[in-house]
Design a protein around this ligand. Structure first.
Ligand SMILES: C[S@@+](CC[C@H](N)C(=O)[O-])C[C@H]1O[C@@H](n2cnc3c(N)ncnc32)[C@H](O)[C@@H]1O
Length: 217
C-alpha cells in the first residue's frame, strides 16, 4: 500500500524522500482522528497529497488544513498556486482541505483548533520556523505528532531540533529519516525519552559538522 501512494506522487514537483514518506505513512496510520491535521508549506502539494491519500483511505474525517501564502522570500507570488490547485483536484482532495493562503505567522493569529498531526515545512529561516513551532505546537493534543522538514539541510529547522532535543520537557523525539524529524507531544519526558532526546541532540551535532551548518550554542 505504501508503494502505491509513494508512486502516485512521483510526478509532483517537491521534496519528499522515500524514508521520510514511510515515516509519514506509519505516523498517519497511528492517528486516532481526534483532532485536525495541519501542513505549513505545501508548494505543489506533494507531501499534502501523500498525507491525505492515506488519511482518506483510513477514513480519518478530521479537519485538514494547508497553510501557504504561495510567496517567495521576497513576497512575490511563487507561481505554484495554480499547479497546487490542479494537483489536489486531480486527487479529489481540494474540497476536503481548508486552504489558508496566508503566511503562517498571520494564520497563527486566528488559528484555533486542536491538532493531532502537524507538519512544518514553510519558510525555513530560524525565527520563522521557531515561531511556527511555538504557535502551532500549542494546539497539538497530548500524544499528537509533529514533523519538521529540512533538518540538516537548512540552518533554521536544524537549530530548532537542536533546541528541542536539548531542552524540551514535553517533546519526545522519535525518529529522523531523510530530512524529517518526528516527535510526539507528551505530558512529561520519561528518563528513557530524555536519553533518546540526548541521542538526537548528538546526532544533530554530527550532521551539523558534516554539513557545515553553524548552530547557536
Ligand atoms: C519547501 S516548500 C514546501 C514543500 C512541500 N511540503 C512539498 O511537499 O513539496 C516551502 C513552502 O513554504 C511556503 N512558504 C513561504 N513562506 C511561508 C510562510 N511565511 N508561511 C507558510 N508557508 C510559507 C512557500 O510558498 C512554499 O510553498
Amino acid at each position: 500500500m505504501f508503494e502505491t501512494y509513494y508512486n502516485e506522487i512521483q510526478n509532483i514537483e517537491g521534496w519528499f524522500g522515500i524514508n521520510e514518506a514511510r515515516l509519514f505513512y506509519e505516523t498517519i496510520n497511528k492517528l486516532k482522528g481526534i483532532a485536525s491535521m495541519v501542513e505549513i508549506g505545501s508548494w505543489c502539494g506533494k507531501s499534502l497529497i501523500f498525507t491525505h491519500l492515506i488519511s482518506t483511505y483510513n477514513g480519518n474525517n478530521c479537519k485538514k488544513y494547508s497553510i501557504d501564502p504561495f510567496l517567495t522570500s521576497k513576497d512575490e507570488p511563487n507561481g505554484k498556486y495554480e499547479i497546487f490547485t490542479e494537483n489536489l483536484k486531480k486527487y479529489n482532495l481540494f474540497e476536503k482541505i481548508t486552504h489558508v493562503k496566508e503566511k503562517s505567522d498571520i494564520a497563527g493569529k486566528t488559528f484555533n483548533d486542536d491538532i493531532e498531526f502537524l507538519f512544518i515545512d514553510g519558510f525555513h529561516v530560524y525565527e520563522y520556523v521557531k515561531n511556527d513551532f511555538e504557535i502551532f505546537s500549542k494546539y497539538v493534543v497530548e500524544n499528537g505528532y509533529i514533523l519538521i522538514h529540512d533538518v540538516s539541510s537548512w540552518f533554521g529547522p536544524t537549530q530548532l531540533i537542536y533546541d528541542i532535543a536539548e531542552s524540551s520537557t514535553d517533546m519526545r523525539i522519535i525518529d529522523f529519516k531523510d530530512l524529517t524529524v518526528l516527535m510526539q507531544k507528551v505530558s512529561s519526558l520519561t528518563n528513557e525519552q530524555s536519553e533518546k532526546n540526548k541521542y538526537f541532540e548528538n546526532l544533530i551535532k554530527q550532521k551539523i559538522e558534516t554539513n557545515k551548518i553553524n548552530l547557536i550554542k
